[in-house]
Design a protein around this ligand. Sequence first.
Ligand code: ATP
Ligand code: MG
Ligand code: MG
Length: 549
Amino acid sequence: MEIGSNFIKNIMKEDVETGKHDTVITRFPPEPNGYLHIGHAKSIFINFGLADEFGGKTNLRFDDTNPLKEDMEYVNSIKEDVEWLGYEWENLLFASDYFEEMYERAVLLIKKGLAYVDDLSADEIREYRGTLTEPGKESPYRTRSMEENLQLFEAMRNGEFGNGEKVLRAKIDMASPNINLRDPVIYRIAHATHHNTGDKWCIYPMYAFAHPLEDAIEGVTHSLCTTEFEDQRPLYDWVVRECEMESTPQQIEFGRLNITNTVMSKRKLKLLVDEKYVDGWDDPRMPTISGLRRKGVTPEAIRNFCMELGISKGSGAVDSAMLDHFVREDLKLKAPRTMGVLNPLKVVITNYPEGQVEMLDAENNPENPEMGVRQIPFSREIYIEQEDFMENPPKKYFRLFPGNEVRLKHAYFIKCEEVIKDEEGNVMELHCTYDKETKSGTGFTGRKVKGTLHWVEATQAIPAEFRLFEPLISDEEEEIEEGKTFLDYVNPNSLEVIQGFIEPNMKDVKPQDKFQFFRHGYFNVDPKYTTSEKPVFNRIVSLKSSFKL
Ligand code: ATP
Ligand code: MG
Ligand code: MG
């Protein structure tokens, strides 16, 4: 499927048709300071998807210019996630491999009188910068000679100054209406070990200087980023031009993905991990790619979701139910249907012969007959769900209650004859009778019942754990009250752990296998907590949704 017509594709088309570029080269440029989230998936989809439509190429480039926050753990997780989403990068690159070239380009700016070493502190620089309505003030160091700047910049590189003592700034225009052009800082001192370059450098380029150089060095034709960078575009173009780069990439902005009830910032996600609100970056409640994967969301669902989002400048929040919709669409024909009993209640079928076990046929997926039929055991003792029995039901309750008859999926009609309780009055088990004539698949039409229950045979049932999720954040981010942070809005009930049983033929399930449990929705076998004794199932989505595309 092709990405629908959009403004970025139109620019690319024109550039290829007019011969401005022979092909389209894009990049996905994550900073390795956290795990990727669903917002990054949109950027990956756009960068890889568009380049592919023009027969072009996409690089995976780590934008690793800040040694303080970056780590190889993040590099590895990002590679894994991009591959899992189904994309192949042309080159795997690190911005830090260009540090020497970036340094030389900065020296070129100094030689052209377009950069200077400033001794002002970070606070002073901020003060001097001015505001939207007030022009900035020039630093007293702005007029340093070219020779002095060259010598000081080299001394910065050689480690002769401490953190924050000096910076290198581009000399552009302190009165520009665009604050980004008021002599932005382009190099800072940071005595820190870098994950790739070790202790080779103690000065590091700032994003606004480094990013356009990275794109130009790689011959990127279209540098796609989110709309927050729109005001930085003049600086981006200035850097490419004044650093005399051969190749001239074009920055184009698109709208960031926001999703209702979803934290979409690595900084905040890291806080949830560090403060142990979740069990890691891959907690199934996290909107990270690894969290979605562990929950059971498929790459196909994520790609179809991105396709539906399309490409525009808008960034209004998308309903989280939309991703769920694409999960159901994807799993509908793929996931086998099965029966899992959550919160079990034992049922003894008193007129069924003791010691007898019969095998019943059960369709694996009525919507996809190719998935075939399995055999499930039935005997005198089964489990149903506590929720499917009420001693004193309200009107229109069609499940089991004393005297009522229901259908057991794939099996027989049973009727509740007796409720067995303990001394405190808790329901311990039910005694029922079955009617042999009502066997599923025999075409019995003698009488009708309104309720159908799922169940598992008790002696062979496999214990299992089911994990149900609610949004991690209970309120929308924008509504945070004064004096509170988003951590005050973490939903204390976002995880519900339930014990139960599954069918015996599921004894060999493997991590990441996906099933539809009758009435409960789609589940994934959790790769972290599943043991050979007990599988753990994460609910991916429930069955019902009011969401409409
Ligand atoms: P965060 O704010 O979550 O930390 P970031 O933008 O700092 O994200 P980067 O690693 O710099 O993270 O992002 C890599 C690419 O992904 C960038 O091009 C960025 O624009 C894009 N991106 C990040 N978040 C989103 C989002 N919510 N929607 C679309 N694209 C995004
Ligand atoms: Mg960033
Ligand atoms: Mg960020």
